[in-house]
Design a protein around this ligand. Structure first.
Ligand code: THU
Length: 122
């Protein structure tokens, strides 16, 4: 399944809006019920306002009614940044797949990508 998701992430990356970095990122995510959500990075002339591909995919899923625990796996065309790792943790993704810079495709659990992660105190 991750192979399919990575193919979709790679295809959707072409629709990224990244005129400042020219770095096109795509993400594709599968929900437990089989729905697929895609995302791309969307940049802004005020640079810090840009949003990563993973976060647009998760926002898309939330608009469609998904909540933490509903999303199973995500494939991304790049290694997720630190902020996106916190989002992946929040939504309890079970598997995160991306190609390393050398091309090797790797999969991790979000806890491996963000050990001892922060949560609101109970
Ligand atoms: N980017 C993502 O979309 N996801 C990541 O996890 C890493 C970075 C985007 C943000 C920005 O538009 C571009 O890559 C360059 O940093």
């Amino acid at each position: 399944m991750s192979d399919d998701l990575l193919a979709r992430a790679t295809a959707v990356a072409a629709r990224a809006y990244a005129p400042y970095s020219n770095y096109l990122v795509g993400a594709a995510m599968r929900a437990r019920d089989g729905r697929i959500y895609e995302g791309v990075n969307v940049e802004n002339a005020a640079y810090p306002l840009g949003i990563c591909a993973e976060r647009t995919a998760i926002a898309y899923a939330v608009v469609d009614g998904c909540r933490p625990g509903d999303l199973v796996e995500i494939a991304i065309t790049a290694s997720p940044c630190g902020g996106c790792r916190q989002w992946l943790h929040e939504f309890r993704l079970e598997r995160v797949t991306f190609p390393k810079p050398d091309g090797e495709v790797v999969s991790y659990a979000p806890d491996e990508l963000l050990p001892e992660s922060w949560d609101l105190p109970a």
